[in-house]
Design a protein around this ligand. Structure first.
Ligand code: GAR
Length: 189
């Protein structure tokens, strides 16, 4: 049976673009964002993929925002939800509803350097290798079970932007390969 993939984005959406350019494109049923003005949404629209926006600022509180996001996701009946540069923490309702179906990609070798600044924190720590991690999402911040990782060396003269760009090359490939496997077999391992 055809897989149903929903992708959530907050930023430039180059990971999403890698999915759009891959064989899993036809399984991407919708792209959502917490930001109406988001390049990732433009990429989805150009590809003819349905989009939705659930902006926290338009809700009275975090719990209401989470409920609205959960309701959008339930309507889409996803087999898997990919956080591809989605910079919000999902609430417990969304996580328990879709436990084992939400996957995040993170620009560091978890469990090291979790959070919103994985690249900056790795550079500041002076590591010679960092990388990226694909993992299940649980209630913690980047604490869920790891699916796969890639190592990326830190080069002399790297700054946060140059290092992040090289990490994202690996992230795109890791994500596409994982979803190709999921579409073909229904699992990530
Ligand atoms: C990716 O490096 C992703 O791992 C990161 O945002 C970038 C999105 O790039 N996500 C996080 O840091 C989440 N904590 P993109 O907008 O070009 O696809």
């Amino acid at each position: 049976m055809e897989s149903r993939i929903v992708v959530l984005v907050s930023g430039s959406g180059t990971l999403l673009q890698a999915l759009i350019d891959s064989s899993v494109r036809d399984s991407v049923v919708a792209v959502g964002s917490d930001l109406a003005d988001c390049q990732g949404l433009v990429r989805a629209q150009k590809a003819g993929i349905a989009t939705f926006v659930v902006e926290p600022a338009t809700f009275a509180n975090r719990s209401d925002w989470n409920s609205a996001l959960q309701s959008e996701l339930v309507d889409l009946r996803p087999d898997v939800i990919i956080l591809a540069g989605f910079m919000r923490i999902l609430g417990p309702g969304v996580i328990s509803q879709f436990r084992g179906q939400i996957i995040n990609t993170h620009p560091a070798l978890l469990p090291f350097f979790p959070g919103a600044h994985g690249v900056r924190d790795a550079l500041a720590a002076g590591v010679v290798n960092t990388g990226c991690t694909l993992h299940y999402v649980d209630e913690g911040v980047d604490t869920g079970e790891i699916i796969s990782q890639r190592i990326v060396p830190v080069l002399d003269g790297d700054d946060e932007v140059s290092l992040h760009e090289r990490i994202k090359i690996e992230e795109r490939d890791l994500l596409v390969k994982a979803l190709e496997l999921f579409v073909a077999t229904g699992t990530f391992k």
